[in-house]
Design a protein around this ligand. Structure first.
Ligand SMILES: Cc1cc2nc3c(=O)[nH]c(=O)nc-3n(C[C@H](O)[C@H](O)[C@H](O)COP(=O)(O)OP(=O)(O)OC[C@H]3O[C@@H](n4cnc5c(N)ncnc54)[C@H](O)[C@@H]3O)c2cc1C
Length: 406
């Protein structure tokens, strides 16, 4: 039996905060979810993450979110590695190799903005979720019975609310993490990533819905999103010394796209942005009754689509443990296991793989490039090796490994 006074305060209605809130509330836990954005601007966020791996789809399904997302996304069983200079398809990986490992042997291309839109509607409809939109969390205090979170409400007043635990799911600039003085260890890449969204069907040139394209000078990623209008996201590297304003001018974006795929006709560009890429993991994921999840705890390069996915995995892992603690089935120490499991995944899987993925796309040495390409080809052609590769790439292996951590 969970008492309503055992409230969990979740900061941030991103994919992680929303999944956590839904998973807790569906087990009878009272949640207060505090989000700085309001109904007027919630959908104005850039689309960001969009590739949802099989294990994440299983978790969405558990809270009833998957069926709302599938119609808004693209089911994509296959992804490609290309060599840009040679215009050559190196390897195609088919998630069908995971048919005995998951009910969802594919990724769902569905952007973060659609995920939070659907999950927010579910949160609004749930009687156990006290949703505070247009409310900016400022700090929290600890006392003997729990924590008190302070936020600026829509009227501009400071309000506070008491709870048993607070979860910082408010993204990379987490106030909870900073309040706890937890180091965010790692590094920031010197180059930036340029993201251009284009209404153009790249499949007519042989591309899959999701493509990683290596090149010693200008690597790229290419992903398909469902419209209307259907759009494709193209990533390019940009040196931080380059003039950022000039890079984002329409003629410069056109020139970059024509360099990638010369069509002789202007691309229909529907959006663009430029962002820095960080590889960082919080030194601790938990201090007493304050816990970090998602980007608040770890950030990584989007090459491999692991940031949002591993954040959602944090959310479900944490929800299961908090429910057991509140029901009196387990003591609070199991939150240390949350930290051991999810920090291990962040360092040994998410960080390690995304760093490796970037190295693979940017490798300059021709001999190493050839070796990498041969290896990818051999892996894709051998069903057992392809399955092992996909188990890692889809983070299923990371979940199995975490289960083995005491
Ligand atoms: C261009 C791009 C592409 C990406 N592609 C992928 C991909 O394909 N796959 C993948 O897995 N990951 C990808 N990522 C990473 C992914 O977007 C993040 O890992 C994910 O959004 C993290 O979710 P989150 O809920 O932890 O934090 P966020 O999504 O950052 O959400 C945090 C929420 O907290 C709110 N908030 C912040 N501060 C406060 C405050 N003080 N008070 C109240 N609310 C607050 C914010 O408004 C926001 O709603 C990509 C990232 C970028 C930038």
């Amino acid at each position: 039996m969970i008492r309503p006074s055992q409230r969990i305060i979740v900061i941030g209605a991103g994919p992680v905060g929303l999944c956590l809130s839904l998973a807790l509330a569906q087990e009878g836990v009272s949640v207060t979810l505090i989000e700085a954005l309001g109904d007027d601007n919630f959908l104005e966020q850039v689309p960001r993450a969009g590739t949802n791996h099989p294990a994440t789809l299983e978790m969405y399904d558990r809270v009833g979110l998957y069926r709302r997302l599938e119609p808004r996304g693209i089911v994509a069983p296959v992804f490609h590695y290309w060599d840009r200079a040679a215009n050559e398809l190196i390897a195609a990986f088919d998630h069908i190799h995971l048919k005995d490992d998951t009910r969802f042997p594919y990724v769902l291309q569905c952007e973060r903005i659609k995920i939070v839109e659907e999950a927010l509607q579910m949160a609004k409809a749930h009687p156990d979720i006290d949703l505070r939109l247009s409310s900016t969390f400022t700090h929290f205090e600890r006392n003997d019975s729990g924590i008190v979170a302070y936020f600026v409400n829509p009227a501009g007043e400071i309000e506070n609310i008491a709870g048993a635990y607070i979860v910082g799911a408010e993204g990379a600039r987490s106030i909870v993490r900073k309040d706890l003085d937890i180091a965010f260890e790692g590094f920031t890449y010197s180059d930036l990533t340029l993201n251009i969204e284009v209404a153009y069907d790249f499949r007519r040139h042989g591309y899959a819905e999701r493509n990683y394209i290596s090149d010693p000078t200008e690597w790229s990623n290419l992903f398909h999103w469902k419209g209307p209008p259907d759009r494709w996201r193209v990533h390019f590297p940009v040196e931080s010394s380059e003039d950022q304003e000039a890079i984002c001018r329409p003629e410069a974006l056109q020139a970059r796209l024509q360099g990638f795929l010369p069509t002789g006709r202007d691309f229909d560009i529907v959006g663009s942005n430029l962002y820095a890429v960080h590889q960082r993991v919080a030194k601790k994921f938990r201090v007493g009754r304050a816990i970090l999840a998602g980007d608040a705890a770890h950030v990584n390069s989007p090459i491999g689509a692991m940031g949002m996915n591993s954040g959602v995995h944090d959310a479900f892992n944490l929800a299961d443990k908090l429910v057991k603690i509140l029901r009196g089935e387990q003591d609070e120490d199991i939150l240390d296991r949350y930290e051991r499991q999810r920090r291990h995944v962040a360092i040994q899987h998410t960080q390690a793989q995304t760093i490796r993925n970037k190295r693979l796309l940017t490798e300059k040495d021709p001999a190493v490039r050839k070796r990498n390409k041969d290896e990818l080809r051999r892996t894709a052609e051998d069903p057992a090796r392809a399955r092992a590769f996909l188990l890692r790439a889809s983070l299923i292996e990371s979940l199995h490994e975490a289960e083995r951590i005491a």
